[in-house]
Design a protein around this ligand. Structure first.
Ligand SMILES: Nc1ncnc2c1ncn2[C@@H]1O[C@H](COP(=O)(O)OP(=O)(O)OP(=O)(O)O)[C@@H](O)[C@H]1O
Ligand SMILES: [Mg+2]
Length: 314
């Protein structure tokens, strides 16, 4: 099982669209995929469930990740495996491929959880207690995913909220690799180094506490690494990336500490304009092999290859 966090604290850069469609393409190649929605906006959840489905199955917070983070130590009383749901419509389309997409859904109420979790980190009377609290909390999702239940999945994709709160940090700690969707513009590329610095600082602090803390049983050092930046909503004219965007992409390629993936996803309101409404990601609905389908295929090749997962190509 490979765990990848899809994150960027810049909003609206295509994280959720990428998570849903990459997950769907990987599943169509026979992989068993679990998607985890860690964003209180719940866009990933609503990409697979209609509002009506949601009212029937997921409105009750006890069916969502909110409940799980609410435990005194997340996951102590609520089993993550018990929150996994199988969206029907997408899996109907995947019938016969051998692959599947399951989901752990989010809840609008998750928005309050970050503050609650931050409050729980305070109040420790000794340095050792404070380190243990830090580790117990930040390590919660990683520990939960070690449950035997999850070995049934080839790929776990975690869709993060556009922030660097504690919930997002638990996703970083739980992941082997971090995928950063970005738009090729000034403001989107500006924050990338800051994001890399913050992720590395989190890993350094976590490992420092593991290596120099007493009474931290069960915690192991972590080493998530960047899979890379993938440029989304790229403007293409006459089969070429526009000059302005090409300049931003090359600047990141030359100067960033994070690799830039070869694959790019073009801006295509035709494919992604009605995100979510049908419950089946656009890449499984697109008829034939148009340019965007080809780009997602290439992205899947690149990412599954980097993760040493079978790419399912015949
Ligand atoms: N390649 C694309 N072409 C056209 N529109 C796109 C593309 N990718 C995403 N979009 C649209 O852009 C908007 C933002 O995308 P998305 O929700 O995936 O971003 P996000 O990074 O998850 O946002 P947030 O930070 O709010 O979670 C959505 O309306 C989506 O349908
Ligand atoms: Mg999103």
């Amino acid at each position: 099982m490979r765990v990848v966090a899809v994150m960027n604290y810049k909003g609206g850069v295509g994280k959720t669209t990428l998570t849903a469609n990459l997950g769907a393409v990987a599943a169509s190649r026979g992989l068993r995929v679990l998607l985890i929605d860690l964003d209180p906006q719940t866009n990933l959840t609503f990409s697979f469930f209609t509002v009506e489905d949601w009212h029937h199955q997921l409105k009750d917070t006890r069916r969502t990740i909110k409940q799980w983070y609410e435990d005194e130590v997340p996951g102590r009383e609520t089993e993550l495996a018990g929150l996994v749901v199988t969206p029907e419509r997408v899996n109907k389309v995947l019938d016969g491929t051998g692959g599947c997409v399951d989901l752990v859904s989010s809840h609008l109420g998750l928005i309050d959880i970050d503050l609650e979790l931050a409050a729980r980190l305070g109040g420790a009377t000794t340095l050792e207690t404070s380190k243990r609290k830090f580790l117990d909390l930040h390590d919660c999702l990683r520990r939960a995913l070690q449950d035997d239940f999850f070995t049934g999945y080839d790929l776990v994709l975690i869709d993060c909220a556009p922030n660097f709160g504690i919930v997002t940090k638990t996703a970083i700690v739980a992941s082997e690799r971090i995928l950063v969707p970005a738009k090729a513009d000034y403001l989107s590329t500006l924050g990338l180094e800051y994001l890399v610095g913050n992720c590395r600082e989190l890993v350094r602090q976590f490992n420092d506490f593991v290596n120099h803390g007493d009474g931290t049983p069960g915690h192991r050092p972590i080493g998530p690494d960047f899979l890379g930046v993938v440029f989304t909503m790229v403007q293409i004219y006459s089969q070429q990336v526009t000059m302005a965007q090409h300049t931003y992409i090359e600047e990141v390629r030359l100067n960033s500490q994070v690799p830039v993936l070869e694959s790019k996803i073009r801006n295509s309101p035709r494919h992604f304009g009605d995100a979510g409404e049908s419950g089946v990601p656009a890449m499984l609905r697109a008829g034939g092999r148009d340019d965007v389908v080809r780009e997602f295929d290439q992205l899947a090749d690149e990412i599954l290859g980097a993760l040493s997962l079978p790419d399912g190509r015949r």
